[in-house]
Write a protein that binds this ligand. Structure first.
Ligand SMILES: Nc1nc2c(ncn2[C@@H]2O[C@H](COP(=O)(O)OP(=O)(O)OP(=O)(O)O)[C@@H](O)[C@H]2O)c(=O)[nH]1
Ligand SMILES: [Mg+2]
Ligand SMILES: [Zn+2]
Length: 352
């Protein structure tokens, strides 16, 4: 096997050249478990730790290696634990606001080509949440796909309806209905899983992400658990993990996330609410927020029925949240940085 089989391409090669020191080699992070790292290169998968110098250079949670990252390591051949010296810049990122009141970013995974947003056809289906996932994925420059899981729980007519509703997202995203129980749709999905590319499964707890991975692998390699009577998932998968499938594709399983706070207002919203961006071109004010200004073409579209009220509300909600967290995140980042400088100068004066 070569590194290319793990997704290492020219893009990463160019960016790692300046980081890679003599005695170091490239590896990809396959799992992170409370401070312990699992990495793999063309030969083996082993444990790794952070080199002291790197640990001290970390200024925020987002600088830490996460699953999918390419890292420069020392001592991979020693059998481990190897030492991680640096993280190669990320081509794509999947991150959210860390849960709770504080505004910080939590990396979910890096360098993913395609994210499958899994929604169960049963209790889990929720357009607002789907919008949220789509913005998050698009914000990180990852291609989204939608998986409608557990099709065995509904009738073909209901499935037809659910697919139609998913299309209301407005984003021309491929929708893959499937059932782990009957096997329906699995071959269709397999056709997407190209060699050397990295995929990830996102979605609420209990929608069948890990079961799907077990189906693709062909045996129960990973633990799954029945959902509770209320339909509320139980968070069975505890860590994010990158697997290399037999066909050469890589797949990351993630635990269901309860909170999916958005961070930042890049192009994620615009890419997800494409039609709103188009209406907005005709708003009277260039900086229209579409929340009540005169001459707002977006509100006009709602009034005349071209844009659904629900979709408009979903947009406003996500926009407000992203803007709010963007500001406070930047502030936090600034504080972190000056704190980092303070630590550095304190260390320096200790040495002197
Ligand atoms: N009816 C039906 N049940 C399924 C299907 N796929 C998975 N399940 C069941 O759903 C439950 C949850 O499946 P998991 O694979 O653990 O769900 P998960 O998305 O990995 O959940 P977390 O790890 O908590 O995020 C299990 O009892 C599975 O047997 C399906 O296609 N149809
Ligand atoms: Mg799971
Ligand atoms: Zn407007």
């Amino acid at each position: 096997m070569e590194l290319a089989a793990l997704g290492f391409d020219n893009w990463f090669e160019e960016r790692s050249a300046a980081l890679l020191q003599p005695g170091q080699s490239m590896a990809r992070v396959t799992a992170v478990d409370r401070g312990a790292f699992l990495i793999r290169n063309e030969d083996a998968e082993i444990y790794a730790e952070l080199a002291g110098k790197f640990r001290f250079s970390v200024e925020s949670a987002g600088d830490m290696p996460c699953v999918g990252d390419w890292v420069c390591v020392q001592g991979h051949a020693s059998g481990g634990p190897a030492l991680i010296h640096s993280v190669v810049p990320r081509k794509t990122v999947l991150r959210r606001k860390s849960p709770g009141k504080t505004v910080d970013c939590q990396m979910i995974a890096a360098n993913i080509d395609v994210a499958f947003i899994v929604m169960s056809c049963g209790y889990d289906f929720n357009l607002g949440r789907l919008d949220r996932y789509l913005v998050m994925v698009s914000e990180g420059h990852i291609e989204p796909r939608i998986i409608l899981s557990k099709t065995d729980l509904i009738s073909p007519e209901e499935l037809e309806q659910t697919i139609l509703r998913s299309k209301q997202t407005g984003v021309p995203v491929e929708i893959l209905p499937l059932s782990n129980t009957t096997g329906f749709g699995l071959d269709h999905l397999r056709a997407f899983l190209a060699r050397g590319r990295t995929f990830c499964l996102l979605g609420s707890s209990g929608v069948g992400k890990t079961t799907l991975i077990n189906r693709l692998i062909g045996h129960d390699a990973f633990y799954t658990k029945a959902v509770s009577g209320t339909g509320e998932g139980v968070h069975t998968t505890a860590r994010r993990q990158l697997l290399l499938l037999d066909n050469g594709a890589m797949l990351i399983d993630t635990p269901g996330m309860r909170e999916l706070g958005l961070l930042g207002t890049g192009d994620g919203l615009d890419n997800t609410f494409v039609e709103i961006r188009e209406y907005a071109l005709n708003c009277r004010f260039a900086n229209c927020t579409h929340s009540g200004e005169p001459g707002c073409a977006v509100r006009l579209a709602v009034t005349n029925g071209a844009l659904s009220e629900a979709r408009y509300q979903s947009f406003l909600k996500l926009k407000k949240e992203a803007e709010f967290h963007d500001l406070s995140y930047l502030e936090k980042r600034r504080k972190d940085r000056s704190f980092g400088r303070f630590i550095k100068s304190a260390k320096k004066s200790l040495k002197e």
